[in-house]
Design a protein around this ligand. Structure first.
Ligand code: NAD
Length: 261
């Protein structure tokens, strides 16, 4: 029962779709009280979330006041926070000469600064409860930068560095801080947006699959649920001695060895 999260309170950002939704559901299925924050709340989640007791509210993770509102709601309803999953994120497929300052801020603030804003508010509660787990949803791009999305790669590399620093700073408080580095993950808003832009959707999907040795071997992308399983592990007592790691759920993509054709 080490994966049992009864009596644990969790915040999951970007929980309306994809990896965040799969994570919110899996943590709730293992007993956690889950609070989801997202830019938009989707009607199709309402019944499932109500059934699992998952509470959701709108929250722009770039906005300090919104972040505080979500943390305060969780504290008011549950008295403390044990788990924080910083999952909200956006892509940025542009070369540097084409990146505006607004693009840079949108990507860095959503993917990186948000983890600082949430961690800052949540760590005192975790300390008061004798420990906690923070999981930052990074990317294979945070382990091995990619040529097509330098700003996104930078945001995820920074998130990994933040993960390592925070893990060192708060081990004494029994607060564990880890990153999960996924990709390519199907059935997500991010992947669907990339495929929608493609001239040939099937060919582009196959290109994503081919870039990951295991995805290629299985002939499919990674699922949001497979990423959520790693998050569940990191949030649970099974990972009591695990901190400062960046676990790749990317089918070996970040090994940097292209699959044979
Ligand atoms: P997704 O688009 O389904 O999920 C992202 C969620 O974040 C959405 O629900 C979106 O509304 C929310 N969001 C975006 N900006 C926000 C903001 N400012 N405030 C609050 N919520 C906001 O895509 P996903 O793939 O599930 O993405 C989840 C995480 O996984 C992201 O951090 C992403 O970088 C990471 N990731 C995804 C892949 C992949 O292949 N899909 C690969 C590597 C990493």
């Amino acid at each position: 029962m080490q994966l049992n999260l009864s009596n644990r309170v969790a915040i999951v950002t970007g929980g309306a779709s994809g990896i965040g939704r799969a994570t919110a559901i899996l943590l709730a299925q293992h007993g956690a009280t889950v609070f989801v924050g997202d830019l938009r709340l989707l009607p199709e989640n309402e019944a499932r979330y109500a059934e699992l007791g998952i509470r959701q509210q709108t929250c722009d993770v770039r906005n300090e006041a919104d972040v505080r509102r979500l943390v305060d709601a969780a504290l008011a309803a549950s008295g403390g926070i044990d788990i924080l999953v910083n999952n909200a994120g956006i892509g940025m497929v542009k070369q540097i000469p084409d990146v505006t300052e607004a693009d840079w801020d949108a990507c860095l603030d959503t993917n990186f600064k948000s983890a600082f804003l949430f961690s800052r508010l949540v760590i005192p509660s975790m300390k008061a409860r004798g420990g906690g787990s923070i999981v930052n949803i990074s990317s294979n791009a945070g382990l091995l930068p990619r040529a097509h999305d330098p700003v996104y790669s930078t945001s995820k590399g920074a998130l990994n560095a933040f993960t390592h620093s925070l893990a060192l700073c708060h081990a004494g408080d029994r607060i564990r801080v880890n990153a999960v580095c996924p990709g390519p993950v199907g059935d997500t808003g991010m992947m669907n947006a990339d495929l929608a832009k493609a001239v040939n959707r099937a060919e582009t999907a196959q290109m994503f699959i081919d870039a990951s040795p295991l995805a290629r071997a299985y002939g499919r992308m990674i699922s949001p649920e497979e990423v959520a399983q790693a998050v569940l592990y990191l949030c649970s007592d099974a990972a009591a001695m695990v901190t400062g790691t960046a676990i790749a759920i990317d089918g070996g993509k970040s090994l940097g060895v292209p699959p044979k054709s």
